[in-house]
Ligand binder design. Structure first.
Ligand code: 48F
Length: 260
């Protein structure tokens, strides 16, 4: 075999094996933003078979760009233990008690690396376009290549079966929206549906991101900004303590669900 042939066939074989191994999961995570990457890390560390499906080429969601492309973000003191688990550096803000700053590129890359090193798999450039929903139960995801989605090509998708699904799609709560619009489920929110994100209020948004993290339909969880959108919480901008804690909290909730 020529080098060209070896390289191509090994890549195709390895990727195919990786995908086949992850067509049946304990937890299927949608979106490679900070909350889902943290969840993936803690779940994988507990031996849960978990994969993240991310629409974009680069996972990391809204972390890379910092605030308005100034590539620094902030976290609060009570989230530092999570950064330590990922070996991500941070610095104390001397003139603002309780706040720490970190390089957003180190944060994005550190969260991705930490999730993978813990044993989670990430499938990038894969869009989740629907749920598998059988007998009133969430059974998994319907996936397709993002370029297929973007170009509007008429190509049928593939499916991933999973014991539970996590919506970490950020502001649009895409998976919850599919559950409401297509499966016609009643979410465990005051209105039974998606309440809609509110404008900026940092302290409230940070607290509610964690408080709103949870299971909104049997086997269907939301974390991060998606959870806030589902429950009508405020947005918070480039401060990430809430996102990190939301990811850790949902990992604990999913573990409990899987142990039932
Ligand atoms: O929005 P995002 O970063 O999620 P998050 O964990 O964090 C929010 C913060 O970044 C920021 C904030 C903090 O102050 O408010 O916005 O809630 O990442 C969501 C990821 O999900 C992907 C999307 O490309 C992004 O990387 N995504 C969204 N819909 C789909 C998807 C889908 N249908 N299939 C696959 N990936």
């Amino acid at each position: 075999m020529s080098a060209e042939n070896i390289i191509s066939s090994v890549i195709v074989r390895q990727f195919s094996n990786k995908l086949i191994e992850h067509l049946q999961l304990d937890a299927a995570l949608v979106g490679g933003g900070p909350s889902c990457l943290v969840a993936a890390h803690y779940l994988a560390r507990q031996g849960v078979k978990v994969a993240v499906f991310e629409r974009k080429l680069a996972p990391g969601g809204g972390t890379w760009g910092g605030g308005m492309l100034f590539n620094e973000v902030l976290v609060q003191e009570d989230a530092l233990a999570i950064l330590d688990d990922f070996s991500i550096h941070y610095n104390k803000v001397e003139d603002a008690e309780g706040y720490y700053t970190l390089d957003s590129v180190e944060m994005a890359s550190g969260l991705i690396f930490g999730a993978l090193q813990a044993g989670a798999k990430i499938f990038n450039t894969v869009s989740v376009e629907d749920l598998v929903f059988k007998d009133g139960k969430v059974n998994g995801l319907v996936i397709n290549w993002t370029p297929v989605e973007r170009l509007g090509m008429h190509v049928d998708p593939l499916t991933v079966i999973s014991k539970c699904v996590l919506d970490g799609t950020g502001h649009p709560s895409e998976i919850m929206k599919l559950a409401v619009d297509k499966a016609h489920v009643k979410l465990s929110t005051p209105t039974g549906t998606i309440m809609g994100e509110k404008p900026m209020w940092v302290d409230s948004g940070e607290a509610s991101t964690v408080a709103n993290t949870g299971e909104y339909y049997p086997g269907l969880f939301a974390c991060g900004m998606s959870a806030n959108n589902v429950m009508g919480g405020y947005r918070m901008g480039p401060i990430f303590g809430g996102m990190l804690k939301s990811g850790r909290k949902v990992a604990e909730q999913i573990l409990e669900f899987l142990q039932k």
